[in-house]
Design a protein around this ligand. Structure first.
Ligand SMILES: [Zn+2]
Length: 221
């Protein structure tokens, strides 16, 4: 699998290089080779999910959606809010994602969720996030979000937050990109905290993959 590395202006290239080396050595033990380690491009996108409450209000007014409809959470209101909040993410995917099946785009941002975003409280301390077609089938089975955002089909895109990576304990930080690559390869979350795909991994041991996951990797559907 080829990694294409991008970093927002100002983010530490050394941090991205350390994440990449750690992910390579993690996945090598399971026979997965991650190639392409040089920084490919600097980009000017600093966040993936943004939008301020004022921008959301403006967009709702323009679409003729009142406070009551917003409270009731109509599909139309949700679509308008999603479009505002996800605008940087959609731009990022349109500009940088490819459809190559053997490629994963890894993007180091300042943060994944902007502090001003209406999502900032709901998604605190997000260090990594992966967008892939295989995950979409579980998170968005009817393709509603995909349609609302008008996202093109794309190879997996992994977002990393420079700010949150720096705040993690060293052991969790070392396996953050490796965990996200697990998602890119089609693995979901598991409860076992000693597993790579746990949301909250134990920091006193090197997380593992179990036989079911290894089987799934060998025979992706
Ligand atoms: Zn995860």
């Amino acid at each position: 699998m080829r990694l294409r590395l991008l970093a927002t202006t100002g983010a530490s290239v050394a941090l991205l290089a350390r994440q990449t080396r750690a992910a390579q050595s993690y996945w090598a033990q399971y026979g997965v080779e991650l190639r392409g380690v040089n920084l490919a491009e600097r980009i000017d996108t600093g966040v993936a999910l943004g939008g301020s409450p004022a921008q959301v209000d403006d967009a709702l007014t323009q679409a003729g959606i009142g406070k009551q409809e917003l409270r009731q959470g109509s599909a139309r209101a949700k679509a308008v809010v999603s479009r505002v909040v996800a605008r940087p993410l959609v731009d990022l995917i349109r500009r940088h994602a490819t459809q190559r099946r053997d490629e994963v785009v890894v993007v180091l941002l300042e943060r994944i969720v902007a502090a001003s975003s209406p999502l900032a409280n709901r998604l605190p301390r997000l260090a990594g996030l992966t967008l892939s077609q295989s995950l979409r089938s579980t998170a968005d089975p009817r393709g509603e979000l995909q349609r609302a955002l008008q996202l093109p089909d794309h190879a997996p895109v992994i977002l990393l937050s420079a700010r949150e990576l720096e705040r993690l304990d060293p052991a969790t930080r070392r396996t953050t990109l490796a965990h996200e690559i697990g998602h890119a390869l089609g693995l979901g979350h598991v409860n076992d905290r000693s597993n790579l795909m746990a949301q909250h991994r134990r920091s006193d041991c090197l997380p593992i993959l179990d036989t079911t996951q290894l089987e799934r990797l060998r025979h992706p559907h």
